[in-house]
Structure formats: C-alpha cells, structure tokens
Design a protein around this ligand. Structure first.
Ligand code: ATR
Length: 292
C-alpha cells in the first residue's frame, strides 16, 4: 500500500522517554504505518517528567493521536490518563496512550507483547509450566502478570532485592489465584530452588544491557529442555543468552517482545493489524546496522 503524503491532516504518533535517542520504535512503527498505507508518522520525543503534564494538556485536541511511553514515564501515566485498561491498572504502568475525543486512554502492551513473542517466536506455551522470573521491576510485573493469565502453574520471582520479589509475588498472587507465586533472592541456595525443574527462565532485569553483566545461575539444576528468554535486546546475544546457547539451551532474545508490544500499540491506535514481519525486519536491520 502507498502511504499518503504528509499533509496538515497527517496524524502523529510518538515514543516519549528520557533518554529516547536510541529507541528503535520510530524505525519499526514507521515501517508498519507505511506498509499499512496509514496517513501518520511516528517520532521520538525526549521529555522530562516535569514537562509531561504540560505536554499532555497540549495534545488533547491536536494531530497527536497516541504515543508509547518508556523510562521514566510508565508509572506516572497511571495517574495522568483519563481512563485505564484493565492491564494498565493491574500492572500499574502505562506504555501505550491513545487520544480519543480529548481523553487520554492508557494501556499496557508489554506483557502481552512478551507473550506473543514467547508463543510465536519461542514456540512456548506457558500453560501448566514452571517459570523462574529474574527481576521485580515494571517489566517483571507486566511479564509475570501475563504469564499467569496465560496459565503458568508456578512462577518464582527471583530478585536481587529480595523484599521486592516478595511484594511482587504477593501482589500478583492475589490478582491471579490459579498461579502459585513465590519469591526468591539471588543467593545461590535460593536460586537453585527457584530454577529447579523450571521450563522457562526469563531475565526481566536490565542486566546484560550493552553486553555487560550476567546474573550467576545454578545451571546444573536447570533442566536442559528449558527455554532461556531475555528482555534485553541490545546486544541481541546478551551474556545470558550466549552462555545459555553454549550450554545448548533454547534461547529467545528481547527484540520480539519490543516489536510485539509495538504491534499491539499500533493495533490500539489504528484499529488494524500491522505487518509484524515487516516491523521485525526493520527493527532487525536497524539493530544490525547499529551493531556494525
Ligand atoms: P524495568 O521497568 O525495566 O523493570 P526497574 O523497575 O528499574 O526497570 O527494575 C529493574 C530490575 O532490574 C530490578 O528488578 C532490579 O533489581 P533490584 O530490585 O534489586 O534493584 C534489577 N537489576 C538492575 N540491576 C541489577 C543488577 N546489577 N543485578 C541484579 N538485578 C539488577
């Protein structure tokens, strides 16, 4: 499909963050808008938390029809939106906002994006499975919630700061009663219990970003058919995935989650399904070019 030329009617979408200069979203969202023949463009806007409320006031009746939010805005938007989806309420964070008749609708597609990547690319169905989830921040919360909703039998949340793992396990456990949530620290004896018999291990921390760091794991007790997933997508092969691959585990990188959360945002904004394969190809190429 051909994309209409830029005019005064062209809609604008954006990703708001600070920093935001390295975001891949403009690359793959514009690829999708172009493929879909949508009269819209997508840009990155650097925005501080102090500037956000004024920005939100200004866009209600403008050509800005929606935006994605990244660090540090996801939690603040819960209070700043007029309406919230069930996911955004339960996760306590907003990554997608659509502007409809002057009102801001907040949604969260991070967890569902992870799940689509997991089932689509990872060929993994979490139903009835044991998961070890590393991290207890916003990403872990979204992923933990989505895995539980998808029927995971057991989720052990393992975090460096153990009380945060406990708090998240208690909170999610109260929201999705069918899944057994428990908490662990990163101490080796506790981590051993957390990964023992696990079908899936997810790194939902920022460890490994930029190719630096790895959380030390008791690999000996982690079953061989387990899938090792990382939400970090830069570099594509993080230290965790490199080690898992060396040990012959199945692996899943973070780029699929990024693209799928964006595809779900696109669907919320335009009411149509984007060409996810084209989005993925554009994201892959941008990352490859950057990695050199
Ligand atoms: P996000 O929104 O991406 O989840 P976040 O809410 O700041 O970001 O959470 C970051 C997560 O990465 C936390 O679980 C954090 O652990 P702590 O709660 O102990 O801080 C984890 N994390 C960051 N750096 C880490 C490191 N060097 N080792 C282990 N965990 C780390």
């Amino acid at each position: 499909m051909t994309q209409p030329p830029l005019t005064a009617q062209t809609a604008l979408y954006a990703v708001l963050g600070d920093p935001v200069e390295h975001s891949l979203s403009p690359v793959f969202q514009n690829a999708a808008l172009e493929a879909g023949g949508v009269d819209a463009r997508y840009v990155a806007l650097r925005m501080s938390p102090e500037e956000l409320p004024d920005f939100l006031k200004g866009i209600r009746h403008s050509n800005i029809k929606g935006f994605n939010a990244t660090i540090p805005h996801k939690e603040a938007l819960v209070k700043l939106c007029d309406k919230l989806s069930k996911e955004a309420q339960l996760i306590g964070a907003v990554n997608t906002v659509s502007v409809k008749a002057g009102k801001l609708h907040g949604d969260n597609t991070d967890g569902a994006g992870f799940l689509e990547s997991l089932t689509d690319e990872g060929k993994f169905d979490p139903k009835g499975k044991k998961v070890c989830l590393l991290g207890a921040g916003g990403s872990a919360r979204a992923i933990g919630y989505s895995l539980a909703k998808a029927g995971a039998a057991q989720i052990v949340i393992a975090n460096r700061t153990a009380p945060k793992a406990r708090a998240l396990a208690d909170d999610l456990g109260a929201k999705v009663k069918k899944t057994k949530f428990s908490a662990s620290s990163h101490r080796s004896s506790e981590l051993s219990r957390a990964v023992e018999g696990a079908d899936l291990l997810v790194n939902a921390t920022s460890v490994g970003l930029g190719g630096r760091g790895i959380i030390s794991l008791p690999w000996g007790v982690l079953p061989k058919p387990a899938l090792i997933a990382d939400i970090v997508y830069e570099p594509r092969l993080t230290p965790l995935l490199t080690e898992a691959k060396r040990r012959k585990y199945k692996i899943l990188g973070g780029l699929g989650m990024l693209v799928h959360q964006g595809a779900l945002s696109y669907e919320i904004w335009t009411g149509t399904k984007p060409d996810v394969a084209k989005m993925r190809k554009a994201a892959d190429k941008a990352l490859r070019d950057r990695e050199g």
